[in-house]
Design a protein around this ligand. Sequence first.
Ligand SMILES: Cc1cc2nc3c(=O)[nH]c(=O)nc-3n(C[C@H](O)[C@H](O)[C@H](O)COP(=O)(O)O)c2cc1C
Length: 373
Amino acid sequence: MSFNSFGQSFRVTTFGESHGPAIGGVVDGCPPGIAFRLEEIQAALDRRRPGQSRFTTQRREPDEVKVLSGVLPGEDGLLTTTGTPVAFLIENVDQRSKDYSAISESYRPGHADYAYDVKYGLRDHRGGGRSSARETAVRVAAGALAMKVLPGVTVRGALVQMGDIHIDRASWNWDEIGNNPFFCPDAQAAARMADYLDGIRKSGSSVGAVIEVVADGVPPGLGAPIYGKLDADLAAAFMSINAVKGVEIGEGFASAALTGEDNADEMRMGNDGKPIFLANHAGGILGGISTGQPVVARFAVKPTSSILTPRKTVTRYGEDAEILTKGRHDPCVGIRAVPVGEAMMACVLADHVLRARAQVAVPPAWPFARPEA
Ligand SMILES: Cc1cc2nc3c(=O)[nH]c(=O)nc-3n(C[C@H](O)[C@H](O)[C@H](O)COP(=O)(O)O)c2cc1C
């Protein structure tokens, strides 16, 4: 089961299973001289950690992160990268493998069980093994380090839809994100989501969500034409997150309903000699290259597959069966996917910042002088 790395210059490799002793990862390519504190990585992990509210799984994973290599310790807990691989380790402490013993033969609909078995001839039925979203904790640790490679850039994620409940974009307030258990930027929508998700949770069901990730302060010029497009790498990064079934950049699928006039991100010169875009339908990326506008992406997360209603399935021995997934699960995995989306955005941007250094030694001085007539 290879292909456990992503990124080219800021390259993240992860390892581990949900029910093994630990998960971890290595960031290869982090530049030397990047200063950070372990508490900052831990704070990022705490946002993804399960058991934080009644709306997420009651698994008690402290997700305590250790940095094993690639740093020099300094004063007051400050760590400075040396340029060698930075390795993270997070021990698994709340595995209950017996929760999964009943499903060792039957495939859980919506999970990777059948696909792994039919490809490899074996699978780790304890929580899905490598297919478990437990692996995404390591991405969050790597993403917190990636943020340090992106001075001046702010990456923030928000849950903008849960089931049929959409936020009101006019009420978007980033400060609300920390005030509700959903990372929702609209207080009224968050209250409706709480009532709705309580019903879903009590009935043992689940629901999907849409997450929007916005990166402000991204310099123009990240990404490359054709096969190195920033938007293509972002789409791959978001699509690699468990349960993600759709990705949009900027206007996304809604652009199909627009006219060219509606969709034009018109430009005017600003007083500071830089262009101002009068709209951002493109999501901050044109021709695969960042324009200096906010980079905006959304991804759709399907409803949690593990539900308490019996479902039809088959066994690995070719018999019809019924399955009910007990275990402990999130009624909406989209909630905990928010910090994971932020981490993937940060890793991709850090990768492209480092790649851009190799492509353009000295950026051109824009605007250009008009040639003499
Ligand atoms: C943060 C996070 C937590 C998840 N937790 C669960 C869970 O508790 N139960 C579940 O059925 N799926 C959960 N998932 C989704 C599954 O890992 C995923 O649906 C499954 O591995 C099949 O992969 P696919 O949906 O990407 O095809 C979670 C996803 C994320 C992003």
